[in-house]
Design a binder for this molecule. Structure first.
Ligand code: HAM
Length: 422
């Protein structure tokens, strides 16, 4: 039997109903924050993704050569494509420019629950403002978007790569050491990190202090450590303003500071953040984002950029795990001709209702009223119209409410209003 490729999934109408319902809620949230939708191609020139991350990223993505010999890649994420589009077409737009997107992404990941090779992201890029209120709004937007779609338990962790770089500088950990340490920090592998710090020649006491600063959620402790640092101190002051606005003005208070949030992608700088849904266990990260620089790398005029992306599939998994009640696919009305002679009239009625924007299907298997009613129930039809010769003599039909089982005889002309009212 032929199967879908490893790490990919099909979505049935029932699953699509769930996904579309959540997608609509997310789109409403993005609009409420003033974002406009953008769409970019599913594949891009490979160079777009290697420009910042280097050739090693090729191992993690779907890269290929097309028939014309072009080096291409299925997008592993949408930040680089959106910024490419901004540089190519949108630089003259008034700033700030707020763009949101839904899109499939492709990564050569090891598939497991919540981790796929084809998955969907819902994300946004905020171009042209990096005031504390812009950053605070970005954080609030990510948090509130997940809350608005109905995820109940989420935890936001906020880090800062400028501060992490100051930590590296303080402990004299140079670039090659950072390359080994950052993936361990990103994955919170603190035991391995301790060993790696020893290998880098860091004395035990310094290593312990480094580890503590990465894990503490106390801003005071971080401030005490950095109070004489000319780069870190002002960065911390700005961060405090951002956090103040986040809690006092946007009323988002469920967050923690964690310098251990360093993000896996290479383009970040300054404030970064992640939102977890603990209910998901191992693959609990629902959202990741922060400020970054790609515009100048892609040949544009430097401008502040920040954004985030939500794992759409994981959001659905989190809602399911929390027992969220998703809507089921419903059919507004199912029309049943009592016999073959009633088929043309059935079609006419169906077509009239469709013109009114009502969702209609009719029995095309000529299988009689009993079986057709069972089929209508299986399709979750709200109403059934039975077209019989006797009622048709008065230009009427039988309208049945599938929930109550109540039936009434109704003139054909009154069907649309009766269906819209109920
Ligand atoms: P990311 O953290 O790599 O960030 O991905 C964002 C989210 O996509 C993750 O938090 C996770 O929920 C979901 N995700 C990632 N990989 C998979 C996978 N294999 N299967 C299922 N879900 C997955 C970015 O992609 C950045 N572009 C976010 C961003 C936007 N930063 C600034 N702007």
């Amino acid at each position: 039997m032929l199967q879908a490729p490893r790490g990919t999934r099909d979505f049935t109408p029932e699953e699509m109903e769930k996904r579309r319902c959540i997608e609509r809620a997310m789109a409403r949230s993005f609009h409420s924050f003033g974002y406009g939708e953008i769409q970019t191609p599913t594949f891009e020139n490979l160079e777009l993704f290697t420009a910042k991350s280097g050739d090693s990223i090729v191992d993690e993505i779907y890269a290929f050569t097309d028939k014309g010999g072009r080096q291409l890649a299925l997008r592993p994420e949408l930040t680089a494509p959106v910024i490419r589009c901004y540089v190519e077409r949108l630089q003259m737009e008034p700033k700030p420019l707020k763009l949101y997107y839904f899109g499939n992404c492709y990564r050569y990941d090891r598939p497991q629950k919540g981790r796929y090779r084809e998955f969907q992201q819902a994300g946004c890029e905020f171009i042209g403002a990096d005031t504390p209120e812009a950053t605070a709004e970005l954080l609030a937007c990510a948090f509130m978007l997940l809350k608005n779609v109905g995820v109940q338990h989420i935890q936001m962790n906020i880090g800062n790569l400028t501060l992490v770089n100051r930590l590296f500088a303080h402990f004299k950990l140079e670039k090659p050491a950072q390359k080994t340490l950052l993936p361990l920090i990103d994955k919170s592998l603190f035991d391995d990190l301790q060993l790696a710090l020893r290998d880098c020649g860091l004395p035990e006491q310094a290593a312990n202090q480094f580890l503590r600063l990465l894990q503490t959620t106390s801003l005071t402790e971080i401030k005490e450590f950095f109070h004489k640092d000319e780069v870190a101190a002002p960065e911390l002051a700005t961060m405090e303003t951002v956090l103040g606005l986040l809690s006092d003005a946007f009323h988002v208070t469920e967050y923690e500071i964690k310098l251990g949030i360093v993000r896996g992608l290479d383009y970040y700088q300054g404030i970064v953040f992640e939102i977890d849904a603990p209910v998901l266990g191992a693959e609990k990260q629902l959202c990741g984002g922060g400020s970054y620089d790609l515009v100048s790398l892609f040949g544009g005029t430097a401008v502040p950029t920040a954004g985030f992306a939500i794992g759409f599939d994981r959001t659905i998994l989190a809602l399911e795990a929390e027992g969220y009640t998703f809507p089921k696919p419903v059919l507004d009305v199912y029309v049943i001709p009592v016999n073959e002679a009633m088929v043309p009239t059935t079609i006419t009625i169906a077509q009239q209702l469709r013109k009114e924007g009502i969702g209609v299907d009719f029995d095309q298997l000529r299988r009689g009223i009993g079986k057709s009613l069972r089929y209508a129930a299986a399709r979750n039809a709200r109403k059934v119209i039975i077209v019989g010769p006797k009622e048709m003599e008065q230009q009427s039909v039988t309208l049945r409410d599938m929930k109550t089982g109540v039936q009434e005889i109704l003139p054909i002309v009154k069907i649309p209003s009766a269906l819209k009212l109920s």
